[in-house]
Ligand binder design. Structure first.
Ligand SMILES: [Ca+2]
Ligand SMILES: [Ca+2]
Ligand SMILES: [Ca+2]
Ligand SMILES: [Ca+2]
Length: 430
């Protein structure tokens, strides 16, 4: 399921209404006052307003129409259109900016003020459309207009949102996305979000998940948009690109809902490839982004390595990681992932079952090192809670859960730690 948006429609209606008072554009003498409960007339007025480029007034009339009948898809569609125009946003122009050309996108070159204008507008329109999608997918509209009708515009808005967010990370789409032509796979490297605060990194994942939802709703119209966003994908035949794009959608959506369900632990899933134990099991960057549990602790894709370590299996219908590589010059040439005193050992980089098919059949996606780090369920069997106690115990001058406690109540890689390793664990935390 797509994530629930918490901003209530009436908040937007209130913003729009405030602007009407503030902007003094609403001028009742121009038209007869339409009754508050006459949905059709209000929608009609709204579209006339749009034709006259009276967008604030249009937004007001569509908001009233929604208030009168919240199931009216034409009213929601009209409101989205009006708000888009209120902010002077043109989706096709936005696609041009979001596109990656010469390893950069148009938003990278804009001034902060210009980008902020786009960001606020995109954010407001997306909030309107999200409520419409939420209703459309839960049978709470009249279905005269469906989400699929606007899926392509929505995709452009979300991808522009992503482009703006990663602009702040002084990163760009070329670093974040990679289309591997030989394996027909899209790879996303979440470690390119390093420079963003956790909440903005989460926002980026959520925006991508929303684009993934749009791709699933209307692949034919939206996949060309994805293509223009992905460097290196120009030469791939349409159907192959579409397969590759669809293969990754569920995994993005799953990552987004994982973040939504664990708001207090978002950094556990989003601080990718940082050379730090982010989840409190003592292992460092032990997981990979494959939608599977690679260390056998019951959690999926916590404390990940970057996407640049993944090698995909060639032309597989489903997204599958074939093997892992240690990127040259990366921290992984010296990093001891399971803290057993040996860095770069095959155990930390090889799957127990080398073939993706065998892993699926055995329902075992662990890496070999996981065989040697038994996890302990803890006193109340609440393993994640114990990991949390360790993860948030970061002050070396006031240690609440010492190494002996961690070995006894979490196990995992803590079992490999010496006192010196334990001291080092606190480095780089507050
Ligand atoms: Ca860890
Ligand atoms: Ca980490
Ligand atoms: Ca795990
Ligand atoms: Ca994993």
């Amino acid at each position: 399921m797509r994530r629930t948006k918490h901003v209530h429609f009436f908040m937007i209606a209130a913003i729009v209404a405030t602007c009407i008072v503030g902007c003094n554009i609403f001028n009742p003498s121009n038209q007869e006052r339409v009754d508050d409960d006459d949905t059709d007339a209000l929608i009609y007025e709204g579209y006339i307003d749009i034709q006259r480029a009276e967008y604030t007034r249009a937004a007001y009339n569509f908001s009233r129409a929604i208030h009168s009948d919240s199931a009216s898809s034409r009213a929601w569609y009209g409101l989205a259109k009006a708000v888009l125009n209120q902010y002077g946003l043109n989706v096709f122009e936005m696609l041009k900016y979001a596109k990656t050309e010469n390893n950069t996108n148009g938003f990278m070159k804009m001034s902060d003020i210009e980008v902020e204008k786009y960001r606020v507008g995109i954010d407001t329109v997306i909030k309107v459309i999200d409520q419409f999608i939420d209703r459309d997918t839960t049978d709470r509209t009249d279905k005269k207009i469906r989400f699929s009708t606007i899926a392509n515009s929505y995709t452009i808005l979300q991808l522009a949102n992503v482009a703006i967010l990663i602009r702040k990370a002084t990163s760009n789409t070329a670093e974040m996305f990679n289309y591997d032509v030989s394996s027909n796979q899209i790879a996303i490297d979440w470690s390119s979000l390093h420079n963003l605060p956790t909440n903005e990194a989460v926002e980026t994942v959520n925006a991508l998940a929303s684009s993934a939802q749009a791709l699933k709703a209307d692949p034919d119209n939206t996949f060309p948009i994805f293509r223009s966003f992905l460097p290196g994908s120009d030469t791939v035949p349409d159907d192959e690109f579409k397969d590759g794009a669809l293969a990754i959608t569920d995994q993005i959506i799953e990552m987004s809902s994982n973040l939504d369900e664990n708001p207090d632990r978002a950094s556990v899933f989003i601080s990718v490839g940082n050379g730090i134990d982010d989840d409190g099991d003592g292992c460092v960057d032990e997981e990979i982004w494959d939608g599977q549990d690679n260390d056998g602790d019951g959690e999926v894709d916590e404390d990940q390595r970057p996407g640049s370590v993944l090698v995909f299996k060639t032309h597989w219908a489903k997204r599958a990681v074939a093997s892992l590589k240690i990127p040259e010059g990366s921290i992984y040439e010296t990093l001891d992932i399971d803290r057993n005193g040996i860095a770069k050992e095959p155990n930390e980089w090889e799957f127990l079952f080398a073939e993706p098919d065998d892993r699926d059949a055995a329902k075992d996606h662990r890496l070999k090192f996981a065989m040697n780090i038994p996890f302990v369920p803890g006193p109340n069997g609440d393993f994640i809670q114990n990991k949390e106690l360790a993860r948030t115990d970061t002050d070396i001058n006031n240690i609440r859960y010492d190494l002996a406690w961690r070995k006894a109540n979490i196990g995992g890689c803590w079992l490999n730690y010496t006192d010196a390793d334990f001291f080092n664990w606190f480095q780089g935390r507050n």
